[in-house]
Write a protein that binds this ligand. Structure first.
Ligand code: GLA
Length: 365
């Protein structure tokens, strides 16, 4: 599908990306906007495989971690570029009680040896095949991906139908819209798990990237990275990104929260009215001028400084992804909300519609 408007061309094309172990075909969709910005997205895990954005000289580089072929993702990926769900982030002890029934989920993560449920379980939304529908509307390339998560899948209640729409706008923003509905009450928390390095994937660590987060509190965690239930002010701590700070500036500070996570891996409470689409965070790389602005209507953002990257994943340009070679800004509800009565509600009920939007806007200056 190619569309031309006043000389500029945006397009959506698809190629073969691989096959699932059961033989099902997997595609890679290439969305190119009128400025040549490109997002390659596969219907396996709704994964953003490549994101090529210009630096201040106009040079395009791929700024997300990932693999060239489906096989890389099938062999093992720490959620590179994926949509995670049904509940993104952690649920303490892999269980929650809803309307008097206790549900047991897989404990697929053990921070500091303490088991919990992470990112939807053993086969979360990052590891399933979505049904793709590419589109080109008003010169804007897009891709809608749909998935039906069956009642009981990964231990969650209710048949949940989910869609994610990616639109690569001509102001160089990638808009991500999630919609879901269920036939039984269920927790839901969908997010996008792209690992960014604004110098380019495989080009070293992100400690010099300068970050601003419009959140004056975090949800502090215990040693198992589960929120303790309080909100802690960031002022006077290494978590204060209200003004821009290099990520590496205070990451080694003698701070118990940083020690628990081996760096930043925490949820910031965004300073904005509930449900309002607002500016959440900015990351900037000063040498090439690339910037990323994150907008969301979600109440929180998990800033993860790639502390679990250890060189065991070899990426698209045959380079190892080492410790802190990328960062994630996962817009979301707070971790463990189904067990935390004081946190905003994450339960979706029949006849309600879950609808949220996150925007990653790319720039260079
Ligand atoms: C999230 C978590 C991290 C880590 C990564 C995946 O960002 O918060 O602790 O598990 O996913 O490696």
């Amino acid at each position: 599908m190619v569309h031309s408007l006043s000389g500029v061309v945006s397009s959506v094309t698809s190629t073969h990306f691989g096959a699932m172990p059961d033989g099902r075909e997997v595609s890679l969709f290439s969305l190119v906007n009128a400025n040549g910005v490109k997002a390659d997205i596969t219907n396996y895990g709704a994964i953003i495989v490549r994101l090529c954005t210009p630096d201040r000289e106009g040079r395009l580089d791929d700024i997300v971690l990932g693999y060239n072929h489906l096989d890389g993702y099938l062999k093992g990926s720490p959620y590179f570029g994926a949509v995670v769900g049904r509940y993104g982030n952690r649920i303490g002890q892999g269980r929650f009680t809803l309307d008097g029934t206790t549900y047991t989920l897989a404990e697929n993560n053990t921070p500091n040896g303490i088991p919990c449920h992470l990112h939807g379980g053993k086969i979360g939304f990052d590891k399933v095949l979505w049904t793709p529908e590419p589109h080109l509307v008003n010169n804007t390339p897009g891709l809608t991906l749909r998935y039906l998560s069956k009642d009981g899948e990964e231990g969650y209640p209710g048949n949940l139908s989910v869609s994610v729409t990616y639109s690569l706008e001509n102001d160089n923003s990638l808009k991500i819209e999630y919609v879901a509905a269920t036939d039984k009450a269920t927790p839901i928390n969908l997010t996008q798990h792209s690992y960014f390095n604004l110098r380019g994937e495989g080009c070293g660590d992100i400690l010099d990237h300068v970050l601003t987060i419009h959140g004056s509190r975090t949800t502090p965690v215990d040693a198992g990275l589960i929120p303790v239930g309080t909100l802690a002010p960031v002022v006077g701590t290494p978590f204060d990104f209200l003004q821009p700070h290099a990520i590496g500036e205070r990451i080694g500070a003698p701070d118990q929260q940083l020690k628990f996570a081996g760096g930043y891996d925490h949820n910031w409470v965004l300073d904005k009215p509930a449900g309002e689409l607002a500016h959440a965070a900015t990351v900037r790389e000063s040498v090439n001028g690339r910037g990323l602005d994150v907008w969301t209507d979600q109440p929180g953002v998990q800033f993860y400084s790639g502390n679990f990257l250890d060189g065991s994943n070899v990426g698209k340009s045959d380079r190892k992804y080492e410790f802190r070679n990328a960062l994630c800004l996962e817009t979301q509800h707070f971790p463990d909300s189904p067990n935390q009565p004081s946190f905003p509600n994450t339960i979706l009920r029949p006849r309600e519609t879950y609808r949220t939007t996150t925007i990653y806007k790319f720039s260079a200056k």
